[in-house]
Structure formats: C-alpha cells, structure tokens
Write a protein that binds this ligand. Sequence first.
Ligand SMILES: [Zn+2]
Ligand SMILES: [Zn+2]
Length: 898
Amino acid sequence: MDKKEILSKFSADPERYYMVKLFDDEKFERKSCATCNRFYWTIDENRLNCPDHSDDTYSFIGNPPTKKRFDYTQAWKEVESFFVKNGHTSVNRYPVVCRWRDDLYFTIASIVDFQRVMGNKVVFEFPANPLVVPQTCLRFKDLENVGVTGRHFSSFCMIGQHSIPNSHGYWKDECVDLDYRLMTEQFGIDKKEVVFVEDVWEGGGSFGSSLEFFVKGLELGNAVFTEFQGDLSNYKTLDQQIIDMGAGLERFAWLTMGTPTAYDCCFGPITNNLLQQIGIDTDDELLATYFTKIAKNMEQFDNLSDVRKNAIKTAGLSDEQINKIITPLEGIYLIVDHIRTLIFAISDGALPSNVGGGYNLRMMLRRIISTMDRLSLKFDVNEIVDVQIDYLKNTYPELEKTREDIKMVIGIESGRYENSKLRMEKIVSKLNQKPVVDDLIRLYESDGVTPDYLKEMNVISDIPSTFYSKLSELHQSKKQKEQDQIPLEGLAETKLLYYGDDPREFDAKVIKSFDKYVVLDKTSFYARGGGQEPDHGTIEKLEVVDVTKHGNIIVHELKNGILKEGSTVSCIINSKRRDSITKNHTSTHILNSSSRNVLGSWVWQHSAFKEEDHARLDITHHSALTDDEIGNIEKLANSIVEKNMSVTIDNFDRGTAEQKYGFKIYQGGIVPVKSVRIVSIEDFDVEACGGTHVKKTGEIELIKITRTKRIQDGVVRIEFVSGKTALDYTKLHDANLMKKSAELKEKIELREKRRGQKQELREKFPILVEGIIKSEIGTSTVYEIIVDMTESGKPNFCSTTSDQYDEFFHISLGEKLIESDPWMVYCGVFEDGDKVRAIIYSGEQAGKEKKASDIAKTVSEILGGAGGGNQRFAQGGGKDKSKKNDAIEKAKTMVLEV
Ligand SMILES: [Zn+2]
Ligand SMILES: [Zn+2]
C-alpha cells in the first residue's frame, strides 16, 4: 500500500481519522500548508505553513521555548513522572539486541519490545497497560549524518507510550491529550507552539492514522494509532488496536536547552571534556547560526555534502573556522555517539564481527578510530566509556555491571583494527581509480577497508550518502526456513508423552502412514529440535531412524516396512541413546553458563548440537579460547555436576518469564509459542528450552571438553562429551597420556645417557689422542680404535668402525689427531640411521699425497654411495652396512702403500 494514498484518503475525512477531543476543547484549527498542502492542527491563527516550511524552523537553537532546562537524564525524569502520575507503568528498557524477533538484529523502536512471533504472525504482549518505556533504539541507516546534522544518532532513546484501548488503556483522545499536556504542562511549552501534522503509518499488514507533533519546527514525537487491517478498498478494524506513540528523548532535551546541536546536551559532560582537551573555542553564536542553517538545509538538499557546503556559505564561515572548529566538532560528536551505541550493544551481549548485526558495531568502532587518526585526536577511549556510563547509569543502572566487559571488547577490537592497517594500506595503494559506492562496499565486505579509512587516507573526500543504507540492506536479517512438504493436513496434533511421564515403552494408534513415514496419536519419541537429535527405537519391531516435528505433529521415519492406519502399535525407545543425549543437553546448558561466568557477559549460545556420543556448543566470544580458559570452564561445569543441583522445569506465560528472568532465557533462539518451558539448574542457569533434561546434575557424572575452535568471527565452538562417554574418553586419554609420557621419559633418558657418554669422552680425549699418537693404545678393545703408526716421514693411519661413536666424536677426534700429528690420516665409519657414513681427516703432511677427498670418494663407492671434500677434510657414505670393514681396509691400503 502506498502511504500517500492512505494519507489522502484519511485526510479527506478528518472528522473520522484525525479529530480528537483535545482539538475540540482547545479550539484547534485545521489548516493546509501554504507550501506543501499538508494538513496540520494549530491554535495559532497566524500560522500559514506546516512545521517543515515555517520560518521558525529550529529557532529554538539559542532561544529555547521553555523556562526550565533539562538535559538527557533530567528530560527522562520529567517524562516518566508525567506519565506515571497519569496512570502509566514505567517499564525498564528492553535489550538493544533483539533476541525475541528472528527478523531483527537490533531493537529499532519501542513497539518492538512488545512484539512476539507466533508462527508467521506478530502478536503484541504488553507487561502493563498503559505503559511508558525509555527504549534505546539502534539505527544504522543514516550513519553518515551522525555528528554532522546536529540531530542524527546511531542510537537514541525512544520514549514509548503504549496503550491498548480497554478497561485499563485508552485510545486516540486520551493519547493526544496526554502528549499535549506533557509538552505544555510538564515542559512548559507555549500552547501556540505545538503543531500536530496529519500522517499515516502502515506495516506488517496493518495501518492507521498518526499525528506527528512539532515545536519550533522540531518533531518531538509521533502518535500512531494502529487501527486497521486489509487494504484501502477493503479494511476492517483490528481486534487488537494499539497506541504506539514514539518520541525522541534527545529532542525534548535539545528543545529545552537550545544548544547548537542535540549532541551538546545528550552525552553528559563528555562532549565538553573532549572539546576542552583539544582546545576548541565554541563560539556559541557562530555554532548556533551554522547548525540552524544545517537544519533548514536538510529539507532543501538531498545530498549531505550539499547541505554542509551551503550552510558554510550562508553562515559565512572561513576555511579556518571550518578546519579548526566545525570539522573537529563533527569528529567529536561522531566519536561520542558511536561509543554510546557500542556501550549499549556490547552491554546487551553483541560483539563486533563481520557477520550478522556485529558488522555494524565493527564499522562504528573503525569509524571512531579512523576519525581520531584523521583529525589527530588523542583520546582515551576507556575514559570516554567511563564518563558516559557514569552519566547514563542515572537512567540505565544496568550498564554499571558490564563496564569492564565493554572496555575489554572495545580494546580487543581496536587492536585487531590496528593490526590490519598494514594490509589495508597495501590494498589502498593498489587502487588505481576513485572508488564508487559498489567498490566501497566490496572493499569493506571483503577486506574490511572502511570508507572512513579511505577518507583518512585522502582517497575519497566524502562518503557517498547511499553507502550505509546499501550496506545495511545487504546485512538485513534473512532467516526464514523452508518447511518440507509432508501431507499432514487435517491431522490432530500429536500428544507429547516425553513432556509428561516420558514412558520408554508405550502403545499408540497409527493415524497416518505414507511412504516410510508414520504419525501416531501420541508419542514419546523426541523429535529433532533445539539442536537435540531425535530418539531412535522401534515401532512394532520396525526400526525408527528419524523423528521430526511439523507444527504440532510428530512424524516418525521407519527403516523398513509400513504400518497399517488405525492399528495399535507397540513402541520402544532406545533408552541408552536417549539418556546419553539428555545428559549432553543438560551439559550444554551448564557449559553455556560456565563459559559466561569464566569469559564474560558477551557470551551467548550461538547454536548447539547434541548427539548420543558427542555434542557441541557454539558460543559468542571474541577470541580463541586459551588452555586456561578451557580448563576453568570445564572445572566450573564439573563443580555444578558434583553439587548435584536440581534441574526443574516450569511452564510460564512468555511475558511473565521474560519479566521474571530477563531475555537471557532465549539462548536457543526465539520461542514461537505463548507458553514457554523454563529449564532451571537452580540459580546457575535458566533457559527457555524444549529439550529433554536430567533431574539432577549429578547424573551427568562428568563433562569433558574434547576440542575448541574459533569457527567464525565472534563464534567459538566447544566440542564435548558427558556421562559414560566422558568417563571412557578420560580413561583412554589417561592411557594415551601415560603411554606418551613413558615414551617421552625413555627419550629423555636416552638423551641423558648419550650426553653422559659424550662428556666422558670429552674428558678422556686428550689422553686418548696422546695414546694414539704415542702408539700406546695400539689396538684397543675398549675404544675399538685401530692405529697403524709407520716410520717418521710416512703417513700414519687411524680408524674405527665402532657404533658407539657419533658424528661429533669422529669430527673431534679427527681434528685433534691431525693437529697433533701432521702425518696422520683418520677414517671413521659409522652407522647413522639406515645409512653408513664416513668421515676422513688428513694431516698437513699426509694430505699432500693422501687427500681426504680421494679417500672419501673411494670409501663411499664401496659403501654404495658418494663422497667428497678437500685435502684436509672429506665425508661421504652409502647404504651398504655389510661393507664397513671392506671400506676401512681399502682406506688403509690407500694410506699406507707407497
Ligand atoms: Zn509544508
Ligand atoms: Zn536446551
């Protein structure tokens, strides 16, 4: 449906769609804008244009229309106290990571808090009626505007005012009356300043009229009346009508403060701290003029850089003022905004990565660093985080708990970026033309090069306005699974025995049989789901190989044979398999909470798989696990096993469970039913889960982590076993360990022995050499060294083929011998692995005739190999171990014969 069509239809009948009691009571006049023809309501008879086209647009900058000033924190206190005294329940914010919807990564509006998925339908569940909530919302489509326009944020607080018209709640009249009184009575805005503009809203199959309210050209909020479903030619009133009023807290604060930008009054003391650190003198007059121009230009130009250029021109800023004031100011605003968003996202368990919603966070952190580098700003990010949390905790005390975790995650991610810079530099240096939007997206997606980095490197001057929205589209959550087609229409839902007495043997009636599939009226066979593998067993002695769930019907797959419809069959579950899987499932819960306790608050179950003899748990974590961390997780998990804690299962209304336990219950993803099954391991772990579990943790006996692996950016896999499998694993592991350590011991002993022998030889060396030279040892049985001394002036020969000596010995002995006796030739032949080696030394005198290289060559030939060297030293060898003596004999002949 086209919004314009709905608007023109609704505006054609204002009495029905827009008229509220307030307009009647206060004598509001309905007018059409002289510029754009849109309809609006006002009590100011002189007003001619809608807020977008009035001269007073953004005239509150430097001249706020209220007597009192309220910053971000104070503005919420005002809003909250107003709604509470008017019968509303004030509800705490919901997480910014939207774990209860599988089509959104982040909470983008306050109404999302109360939307739950049922099958393919979105239903509304309100914890109170009426209510008000300060909901932090994350939006990444306008990132390029953040810091520049004075009013765009990557995260903001949406004041959500929600009501269902029934005996507790209200409808249009009271809603508009409340919003009007909030502005005029609570904030003291002149009634004449308030303008309501007619608009419409549509989405998710429903639609309705809405009234946007403005003061001084600033849109403060939008009261949406979700009223109809159908299409414009045929629509009917919804059973569940809803008031969905969303207002910007930052805007309320800005309006009352009248600062040049909303950033100046919404981040607490940090903005001023940073400005002082770099010594920017904020000439308020100049900034007020400049940012008023920016605001006005936003309506006139499509392109942000045109908006900026024109504002600079019309405000008459010099280049120096731009470079010294505006540009650094924009940088500071961006940094502070982005850090605030990271604080909320990381605190609620999101991690920067290259997948899912994490890519937004990585992008923002890289923008922060690039901006600091580009502007040479040396800020301490940890300090900015601290000051912001100190300020934010007035409204959001829960942020205190994750303060250190936030700093740690930001620190790790910043380090990664710094490490990737060298690679990015290379990639950028290879660019041979100015990149267009698609190039920018490719550069970011495949190489992590952000456009801010390119800006920093002067490759581009501006970031194209479509970059972030295009990237955002690319990363839109698309998680719709296809159901396989099995003819199950008209079948009654299967009664699930495993949620009751859980009999392992039971009789049931066949209500449908087709191909190899069978549907029973009731079953105790667990169907594959929540990462838990299905039960196996038999139905009428036919083997059950798979069990799947289709809506509320369980389908059993048989290996051979067909069963008769209408017959009663006897079913037996493979208990051993089920019990093993069950232990693995409860172990998954234990390991998940253990990991969070050991590693940090950002740990969530990413996915899980539980089979009979092995299981795995994938968790969100920023780095690979260290041995220490693995050890500590395992230790904590087994301490829970040892404590023999009770595992209890309770069914709750979904809303009640969320309020009682928080959103941590959704570790296994969303729960598409109204009633949730809560599995609690005392206070240690509480999750919504449909799987089978042990009654006491002691039944698990042992949990053993067998392997961990970083499987993708931000996700670590923990493979583990439990129960008997874990005990067997440990036994085997211990046996292996013992074998390995025995082998190691042997090796060490052998090495020690050798070292001892070497030492001994070294000590005996001088005596040995002297003995040889003086012919005192002759042929020694101890040393196995043969010496042939001849008359002086002729070569002497010394040799050994003993295997007690190694290379080191032969070289040492050879060196020493020819040093002591220039007429000496030494030849050592020894086995080394599967080879025989020969080492030859020939003294200075002997070498003249008897070259070591010649001897080595001949000896090696005999040994079946090759050798070589020089006159003094040569070596060689071969493979024929039986020729050792032949080789020595030949060498001896060569040396001694004249
Ligand atoms: Zn207009
Ligand atoms: Zn579970």
